[in-house]
Design a protein around this ligand. Structure first.
Ligand SMILES: Nc1ncnc2c1ncn2[C@@H]1O[C@H](COP(=O)(O)OP(=O)(O)OP(=O)(O)O)[C@@H](O)[C@H]1O
Ligand SMILES: [Mg+2]
Length: 245
């Protein structure tokens, strides 16, 4: 297994945002994480990426205990995560933002710029590369957030609602980008409320509710799970569409 989370809990005072969550991710998988607002998905990502230290439990990445390691150690070992609210430097240009990620593996400016340029090309941001990050629209911001992380050469990418707020056409393009990233050999865990994204991309899904994993398995089985329908999808839900080819 590339990533193993054993009984991970994260509490704030008496409140458990994540409770006893288990997740194993094998190299090359795309795993989807679903669940209602406040279910603990982002908090779980924070624990996996070192942005929060779990209250209890254990996180192993590539055989190393990362439970209490800082975010920099996670990035260096190959865990990259996007933030639900993009962590871009607003006044800096698109290329400079991507270079911040590229510097992790390319300490020399020229190398970092070359690497960032390749990532910019790959993520479809070439036309906007010299614009300030704050001037981008939603699709550009989402791409930049992905590009910034991709530039760190991750082995595992944690995508937290990176495809939210897009038009149907932009969404299809973003799905293609995630596929491309996966084809580069990067393992992916993706949090998304848009079920089409989950059904299309994920080979396996975990459903969270109130900090617990309430179901896991193949996407087509999880969406039929009574507890998932009750807690999240609703009956006769518009959220669920058939998996597209
Ligand atoms: N730093 C914090 N202090 C206190 N409570 C927090 C903190 N961070 C998150 N929470 C609470 O933990 C719960 C889980 O939040 P989290 O952001 O992980 O949910 P989520 O599943 O990502 O939701 P969404 O789908 O809306 O993004 C929420 O009730 C939230 O208010
Ligand atoms: Mg969240």
């Amino acid at each position: 297994m590339l990533l193993e989370a054993h009984a991970v809990s994260k509490s704030f005072g008496d409140f458990f945002a994540v409770r006893d969550a288990n997740l194993s991710v094998g190299e090359g998988e795309i795993v989807g994480l679903i669940g209602p607002n406040g279910a603990g998905k982002s908090t779980f990502f924070n624990c996996l990426a070192g942005d929060a230290v779990p209250t209890s439990g254990k996180i192993i990445f590539d055989g190393q205990d990362m439970t209490k390691a800082p975010p920099e150690a996670h990035a260096r070992l190959g865990i990259g995560r996007t933030f639900q609210v993009p962590a871009t430097f607003e006044g800096m240009s698109v290329i400079d933002n991507v270079m911040v990620g590229a510097f992790l593996r390319h300490p020399h400016q020229g190398d970092a710029r070359d690497h960032a340029s390749r990532i910019i090309e790959l993520t479809g941001l070439k036309a906007q590369m010299d614009l300030a990050a704050h001037s981008l629209g939603t699709p550009g911001r989402k791409r930049l957030e992905i590009a910034r992380v991709l530039a760190t050469n991750p082995r595992l990418m944690l995508l937290d609602e990176s495809l939210a707020g897009l038009t149907p056409t932009e969404l299809q393009e973003a799905i293609r980008l995630v596929r491309k990233i996966h084809e580069m050999g990067i393992t992916i865990v993706i949090v998304e409320h848009i079920m089409e994204v989950i059904m299309t991309l994920a080979g396996r899904v975990l459903a969270f509710n109130q900090g617990h994993v309430i179901a896991s398995g193949r996407p087509e089985d999880v969406v039929k799970d009574e507890a998932v329908i009750e807690a999240y999808l609703g009956r006769g839900s518009h959220r669920v569409r058939r998996r597209s080819a």
